[in-house]
Design a protein around this ligand. Structure first.
Ligand code: UDP
Ligand code: MG
Length: 316
């Protein structure tokens, strides 16, 4: 069996604090594998010195190629750009902040080879350096996603994963914009196996995922993979319909029983407000889907490349 070429791909957004150590640890790990490899680093429009670090690394090492996007397109878009630029037979996606230890990769490759899998995804058994509220938010996110999604996305799995070329080719060919790569990878199918590891704290800098960005990612995950929220309308309609029938029955029976006590306006107002609330929720849900349809129909590219750096080519 010929040894496969391995691509290590990674998005960078203002990661000057961890980039040098990340590159060093990845190089050390990859050169120990005994197969050919390349590293694709995508700078997602950083405003610090990240691009200089990546460009210099690419100029010094023939295995490194650096790509700079024209602005900040977001984690999932940067990862998509990196996937599109990779050429290896096996591709490993890894964050550049050293939260996912590169040293786990050899074990993931071994598992993939032995089991003949197409996807080996990292599952976090522990998260170091993440605050309790954020940890609870992550937990809730995965719970809700699993409950709502039409496909089964493994809990506690992020974007740290090893995939084969055929999976990469499929992912790259998917045109959708609301890219939730962990869901899309799951959707591709084939044999997928977990690799358990403990997630470290960031090597430096701070997380770019605020609660708001996490909610946006969760929305992409939910609305791109589930029709269940749309069906809520039917459930609500059924519930309210039954309630109104009960109310009518109550009025009729109490009239027949000679009980004509007036029902005050507060109860009426409460019923109306509850109805309006339900309607707004449903409108909001429909809006989420319509917005996504609008986004997809515009057919804009997912990212734009500004410049590239590699050893053989002329720089800038
Ligand atoms: N990232 C990116 N573009 C962004 C935000 C993040 O390329 O707009 C990169 C970032 O450099 C890191 C990875 O995506 O390598 C994950 O981001 P982060 O560590 O902030 O997320 P967390 O690990 O906190 O979920
Ligand atoms: Mg991180």
């Amino acid at each position: 069996m010929t040894t496969p070429c391995i691509s290590l791909i990674s998005p960078f957004y203002n990661e000057e604090a961890s980039a040098p150590l990340f590159i060093e640890r990845c190089s050390a790990m990859l050169s120990g594998l005994g197969s050919s490899y390349e590293m694709i680093f995508v700078d997602d429009g950083s405003s610090d010195s990240t691009w200089d670090i990546l460009r210099q690394a690419a100029a010094a090492h023939p295995e490194i190629r650096a790509v700079r996007l024209s602005r900040n397109f977001g984690h999932q878009a940067a990862l998509s750009a990196a996937l599109a630029h990779s050429r290896g037979d096996l591709v490993v996606m890894i964050d550049s902040d050293l939260q996912d230890p590169p040293e786990e990769i050899p074990a993931m490759i071994k598992l993939m080879r032995e089991a003949g899998a197409d996807v080996v995804y990292g599952v976090r058994t522990e998260r170091r350096g993440v605050s309790l509220p954020l940890r609870l938010a992550y937990k809730a996110f995965y719970r809700i996603l699993r409950w709502l999604s039409d496909i089964d996305i493994p809990a506690e799995s992020g974007d740290f994963r090893l995939v084969t070329r055929r999976v990469v080719d499929i992912l790259v060919s998917l045109p959708e914009h609301g890219r939730f790569l962990r869901g899309l990878t799951r959707w591709v199918g084939f044999k997928q196996l977990p690799h358990y590891y403990s997630r470290d704290a960031r090597a430096g800098g701070k997380s770019h995922y605020s609660l708001a960005r996490l909610v946006a990612l969760a929305a992409d995950g939910i609305f791109s993979f589930s029709m269940k929220p749309l069906r809520l309308a039917t459930v609500f309609a059924g519930g309210f319909g039954m309630l109104s029938i009960a109310a009518v029955l109550y009025i009729v029976i109490s009239r027949l029983a000679g009980n004509s006590a007036p029902q005050g306006w507060p109860s009426l107002a409460a019923i109306m407000l509850a109805g309006f609330a339900a309607l707004s929720i449903l409108l909001g849900i429909i809006g989420e889907y319509v917005g996504r349809i609008f986004q997809e129909t515009r057919q804009r590219p997912i990212y734009i490349v500004d410049q590239q750096a590699e050893k053989s080519s002329h720089q800038e």
